[in-house]
Structures are given as C-alpha cells and as structure tokens.
Design a protein around this ligand. Sequence first.
Ligand SMILES: [Zn+2]
Length: 386
Amino acid sequence: MAKRLSTTDLLGKLIAFDTTSRNSNMELIHFVRDYLAGYDIKASQVKNEDGSKANLFATIGPNVPGGVVLSGHTDVVPVDGQQWATEPFTMTEQGGKLYGRGTADMKGFIACALAAVPLFVAADLKKPVHLAFSYDEEVGCLGIQAMLPDLKKHIAPPRLVVVGEPTMMTVANAHKGQYVSKTIIIGKEAHSSRPEEGVNAVEVAAELIRYIGTLRDKARDNGVRDEAFDPPYTSFNIGPIKGGSAFNIIPNGCEFDWEFRSVPGDDPAKILGHYQQHLDHVVNPRLKALDPACKVENSVWAYLPPLIAEPGCDAETLALALAAKNDTCVLAFGTEGGHFGSIDFPAVVCGPGDIGNAHKPDEFVEISQLDACDTFMKRLAEALST
Ligand SMILES: [Zn+2]
C-alpha cells in the first residue's frame, strides 16, 4: 500500500511537472499511474500520435452503470512573459493560499480526486468512480477528443461526469460552445510597383475579417439570446494573423485564426455555413478569375460543443447534493463538459478555485476551496457505496 498523500502533498507534486501544453505530460501521467498502482488500480492510457502525451483513465469499484467520472485536464497555459512573485512550478503556501501554475486550472481538482483514492478503495463502492485525465485541453481540447471513444467503450454509462474546472465549488450546468477556425489565403506574389501582376493575400484577409465583423454584428443585434450568459449572445474574436514578407512585395499568403462562442440555443453549423458560402460564392470565384492558383480555405481546427443544461435532471441533482448547493449557475468559459455531452455522458462543471485567477501570474487556489472539494469527494464515496 502506498504512503498516503494529502491533497496538498499531491498538488505540490502535480505543480512541479511543467505540463505547459507544448510539453510532454508523460512524467505526470507516469506519476499518476504509479500512484494508482500503489492501490492496485490499473490505469489505461490513450496516447497522442507521437507518443509524447497521454490521457489516462481508470475505474475504482465495479465497472457497472451509474458511476461518476471525475474529469480533469493535466496541461497548463504558459507562464511566458508573465511576472510571477513566486516560482510558478514550485507550489508556495502563503496566507491560506497555494500559489503555482495550475493550482486553480486545474490540478487542484486532480489532487483532490487522487487524495480521495484511498477513501474510494476503502469504501464498499456499489457504483464506480472513474478517473479521466486529459492532455491538450488548453490548446483546443485535443486530448479528450482522442479519449472519448475509449471512454465510451470501456466505461459503463455513468450517472454523472464532474469536470473539475474552477467554479468555487458551485455547480455549473451550461456554457457556450466554442469553434476555432483557420482561414488560409493563397495570393500571388509580385513587385509592389506592379499591382496588376499580383493578388494581395493580406488585403483579402482584411476583407474577410470585415465580413466576420458583419456576422458578429448580426449575432449581437439580431441573433439567439440567452440571458443566463454574459454577453447573452454569440460572440466573435479575430486572433493571430500573419502574412507578407516585405513592404515592397505583394504578399502571396496570409492566414488568421478566428473563433466564435455560441450560446447553447444557437446553431454553429449555420454560422460556419454562412462564412463558407461567402467563400464559395463570392471570394473564391473572384480570386480564381484573377489567377487559377489563388484561393481561400477555412477549416475548424478546434471546437468545444456547448454544455447544455437539463434543469432538474438526475445528474444535476446528484452534483448539487455532492457540492451541498441548492442552485446551479452557468459559465462564461468553455470546458470538456460539452464533449462528454456529445457521447451522452451527462456532465456538470464543479471544482475548487476561481477561474479569475487562472491563466494569470501568481495563480492560486485557496486551501479552503481544496477542503470543500475534499468534502465533495467524501460525500461521493458515501453516495456510491449505498
Ligand atoms: Zn482549465
């Protein structure tokens, strides 16, 4: 039997693995695998293509329907360019708070789940606890998408998935969807003094960005509204853009990322369809006429389905009981919860810490939040052993 580690001990260990999304998470995964093995729990891994990252899932108790999945992502956002008062990958305790990258988002929840393992093992579980830890959540939820088929295949249908993103231990039952696209424009290079000989890809990008602006205005002024959200409509953003090489060369290429965050009642396919139609019927025919090699292509490279509330459903009722709360709330940010919804695993979001501290320098979680999450885990062990 492994030496019993407290939530704080475990969080300190998890923080020390620099699992910024661009890095491998294998050291952390091996740590979790070995920790679980210390309790005779066999963990399965689902690796990415080059084997540098893995998801991990495991079942404690009988693999029968009606269990609860504890879900967390193992990656963290970069600390590049941020001014930290503490060392980001060494957990530091100060004034009832634990500082470090990932303390709130979301290794705090993973630490609580792991610290409760001995409790789950000792309880006479009638229904199982499943652990599901993913990679690459912060860069488009890539890990969870790779793991979903295995979860669906190997885990008996659960009663509830708890996605432990920081909600201050409130129960969130809905969030917006998020769809991230890349638009690539192929133009034609020429000397800037000979505009008729080139096709300026940066100019086409500017035009498309203006077009996305019209989609944004339409969604804001006349689109689907859901007053539970702030803002209560589907919102848009243009992200990084790159193109051109010198002021005196007509750029032959430009690409930019853009996203929208749709309220649960809105139809993402319709928004993407409008944009694609504009490319197919307006922009591409015009470019092709200038030069057959010129074109625009758009692809969605990351998406997060909305988490859609089912007020009063069994999953939500159980989550409220475990968190000892009366009411649910909605989230302004996306989570893996929407992906679980897409395989009919009912999900809520509930975890320790404040999303307001996440992604920032001096990220922290209050120890009282971890205590509340530990209590949540105790109630869970009781709920599944009766
Ligand atoms: Zn997160």
